[in-house]
Design a protein around this ligand. Sequence first.
Ligand code: ADP
Length: 219
Amino acid sequence: MNLVLLGPPGAGKGTLAGLLVEQHDLLHISTGDLLREEMKNGSELGLEAKSYVEKGELVPDLLVTQLLAKKVKTSSPDKGYMLDGFPRTKAQAESLDEILNEIQRPLDLAVYMDATMEVIISRITGRRVAPKSGKVYHIVNRPPKQEGICDVSGEELIQRPDDNEETVRRRMDVYLKNTLPIVEYYESKGILVKVDGDKDSEKLLPELNDIFNEQAKLN
Ligand code: ADP
């Protein structure tokens, strides 16, 4: 099964993806994580992407699509792909169809996590991440066992530089203008399911499992 997770920044895509991966053995690909990795390594692509990410703007389609295509084509997971943070524009959605058709693994589901502004702001401002392990915490909703330290790797947690209020506002504008329209794209293809992103990811998990089981019957 191949799926994409859609929704505004702070809707909980990354957290839900982490839980789903544990249960369903899907390959989780986050373009945000891929870009952060490139930036950390100081690659040419990373350097080019940095100025966009820091401002909360979208990295140009060509750049991010190439990165995604490389990752998809160099992996061939048994159970399927779960994409998080891609596509974010209609052009990316169309490119994704082409990439997946080429490897004969078409998209089965687009899960749209909608969330209210209040929840989004609280999630993003309280978010802390472990740069190496990639684990995501929240100071109130999902605190680590020891304050400021990752449970898995023991490394110090940080706040993502683009998780400040000004950049979040810009990311939200960008989301409404560019990403929200692709909800219609998937709706017209009949593969969209909407879930309540205000709910905690743990609570959404059984709902997602039901949706997966339904889909599995169709496949
Ligand atoms: P969030 O979902 O919380 O906004 P991400 O980690 O998915 O966080 O993305 C962080 C930043 O990386 C975005 O603000 C954008 O600059 C860049 N980015 C990630 N995915 C894409 C994409 N598919 N297209 C363009 N830019 C992207």
